[in-house]
Design a protein around this ligand. Structure first.
Ligand SMILES: Nc1ncnc2c1ncn2[C@@H]1O[C@H](COP(=O)(O)OP(=O)(O)OP(=O)(O)O)[C@@H](O)[C@H]1O
Length: 566
């Protein structure tokens, strides 16, 4: 529904606004032409246009198209809403026809002469057009709908809103004025209440207090688009009226309407529409089902694929870590072996030195390079058992890396230090003599020049191979050894100690690295376990959702089939 009011004091141009002139058409001719132009544009629909024209004069409703129809009553029912019973409605097909009826109606309108306007409108007129339309398509077309859309256009020319005294009205004019003012007063009250939101709060709006507000009830705060044109005169004498008109307009601005499309549905049309809705819903459901299921399956597949890939990646990482760990352990074992070997070498070397010192002592006391005689005797200072055990243990240890033959050493010692020719002495002679021979270990000092050769070639290579970190420059090596070693150690010992230290450092760093990698491995394992758990959880959740969706789809399908049966 659309409604246009022309509101204002007398002689302000309301009638002119609504009707206009031949050169300057007003709202009524403009709206009529526009309506028929729109109808022509909608070829897919068929239209039925009806018009009526009435006036409210002294709170009486008169039919302007059939002047005999006077004092018509207002009724209201569910189907038609508020309507004027007995009001004639002319079916019109073109603008000219409408305007002709309007002119006819105007000629029967109540006008009177006032001080202000010779042809003053003494009544409110309501020009109404009812437009019904529906789709042109035939019954076999399932896309069409039989619903009839009903639109109403009210164009209202109100009587002057001025106070009676100003117009100089008296007698009949005065009575007219009071009635006119009653309708306009009620209109003002209704607009005021609506603007204050009384209707929204469930308050009373006095539509029934006047014929005008009762007929136009849907246009005032109801199902309509409403425009109020407020006409004013600029003359200083009408300042109060102008102010009052503007106040009315200001209040009207705050009224909110809610326009809806009005449709009349027959049973057949209703059934057809519902069937159509069912079809639409069914198609939508089918689409949404298949779309959702496809999406879900795709999503699940993706998730599975991702989790599989992740699992493979983690397995690869674990395998690599395991291999690296094995290699490290292998290296550690090798290093430990080397350290063990080197340690044994150092121990041998130390014991050799001790033995040398011991033998030196003995030589000083018990054996010297002097002519041997049969009375030659040797005083053994240390207990023989101790010496013997020391000798044997040293010999045993020496056998691990340095295997010089005792007999050889003996022979060499005597060959180099004892001159048999000078002393008339030979080993064979001595063997049968009752003399105390020096301890075998004590003789080692005699063969000290052979010591470097006593180390196995393989041991030497091993030692060389295990000291790659030593400074290449001999001076540097020497310096490094001197700075780290206690004085009194041989170069080989210092070297070995240095290597051991370096190897121990390496072992320590490798141990550290190992523990770090172990930690990393633990972390990776933990993350992998967590991810696996979350993936499993997600997978289960998605499966649940898919089941729920299937259940919903099933229920919806059942509902639809039930609806279709109905
Ligand atoms: N815009 C306009 N252009 C030319 N003439 C106008 C215009 N507006 C009003 N008039 C003239 O002013 C006079 C009064 O206008 P009109 O009858 O429309 O006033 P009204 O508000 O309807 O008065 P009433 O309430 O007494 O009927 C008329 O003679 C009309 O032709």
């Amino acid at each position: 529904t659309g409604t246009v009011f022309a509101y204002g004091q007398t002689n302000s141009g309301k009638t002119y606004t609504m009707r206009g002139s031949a050169n300057e058409p007003g709202i009524i001719p403009l709206a009529v032409h526009d309506l028929f132009r729109t109808i022509q544009q909608h070829m897919d629909r068929e239209f039925l246009v009806r018009m009526s024209y009435m006036e409210i004069y002294n709170e009486e409703i008169n039919d302007l198209l059939v002047p005999e129809h006077r004092k018509l009553q207002i009724h209201e029912n569910y189907e038609r809403g508020i309507y004027v019973a007995g009001l004639s409605e002319e079916i019109v097909t073109c603008p000219e026809q409408v305007l002709k009826f309007v002119s006819f109606g105007e000629s029967h309108r109540h006008i009177g002469e006032t001080n202000m306007n010779v042809y003053s409108s003494r009544s409110h007129t309501i020009f109404r057009m009812v437009i019904e339309s529906r789709d042109k398509a035939d019954d076999s077309d399932t896309d069409s709908c039989d619903a009839v859309r009903v639109s109403v256009l009210n164009l209202v020319d109100l009587a002057g809103s001025e106070r009676a005294a100003k117009t100089g009205a008296e007698g009949v004019r005065l009575k007219e004025g009071s009635h006119i003012n009653k309708s306009l007063m009620t209109l003002g009250t209704v607009i005021k209440k609506l603007s204050e939101g009384i209707k929204g709060q469930g308050g009373h709006v006095p539509y029934r207090d006047s014929k005008l507000t009762r007929i136009l009830q849907p246009a005032l705060g109801g199902n309509a688009n409403t425009a109020i044109i407020c006409n004013i005169t600029l003359a200083q004498v009408h300042a109060d009226e102008t102010k009052s008109s503007l106040q009315f307009a200001s209040r009207a601005l705050r009224v909110t309407n809610c326009a809806e499309i009005n449709e009349i549905l027959t049973d057949a049309a209703l059934l057809k529409r519902q069937r159509k809705e069912i079809e639409e819903l069914r198609a939508k459901l089918k689409n949404s089902q298949s779309e959702h299921l496809d999406e879900d399956v795709l999503h699940l597949r993706n998730t599975l694929l991702q989790s599989e890939l992740e699992k493979e990646r983690i397995a690869l990482e674990l395998e690599e870590e395991r291999k690296a760990k094995e290699q490290r352990e292998k290296r550690l074992l090798q290093q430990a072996k080397k350290i063990e070997n080197l340690s044994s070498l150092v121990l041998n070397s130390e014991r050799d030195d001790r033995a040398i010192v011991s033998s030196k002592n003995k030589r000083r006391q018990t054996w010297c390079a002097r002519p041997l005689s049969n009375e030659f005797s040797v005083e053994v200072q240390e207990p023989a058992s101790e010496q013997g055990s020391a000798s044997s243990s040293v010999r045993d240890e020496r056998n691990m890396g340095m295997p010089p033959c005792f007999e050889e050493l003996m022979q060499e010692s005597y060959a180099s230090n004892v001159e048999p020719s000078a002393h008339g002495y030979s080993f064979s002679d001595l063997s049968n003599e009752d003399v105390s021979l020096p301890d075998a270990h004590a003789l080692l000092h005699v063969t000290s020049r052979r010591k470097p050769n006593t180390m196995k070639k393989s041991d030497q290579e091993q030692l060389r191979g295990s000291v790659p970190e030593l400074p290449q420059d001999p001076n540097e090596q020497k310096d490094a050894m001197l700075s780290q070693e206690p004085s009194g150690l041989s170069a080989r010992e210092s070297e070995a100690i240095l290597v051991i230290k370096q190897l121990q450092d390496q072992v320590n760093s490798l141990e550290l690295e190992k523990s770090l990698i172990q930690n990393n491995l633990d972390d990776v394992l933990e993350v992998a376990t967590q991810q696996k758990a979350s993936f499993t959880e997600k997978y289960e959740e998605l499966q649940k959702n898919a089941l729920a969706l299937q259940e919903e789809a099933k229920i919806a399908g059942e509902k639809l089939s039930a609806l279709a049966t109905i």
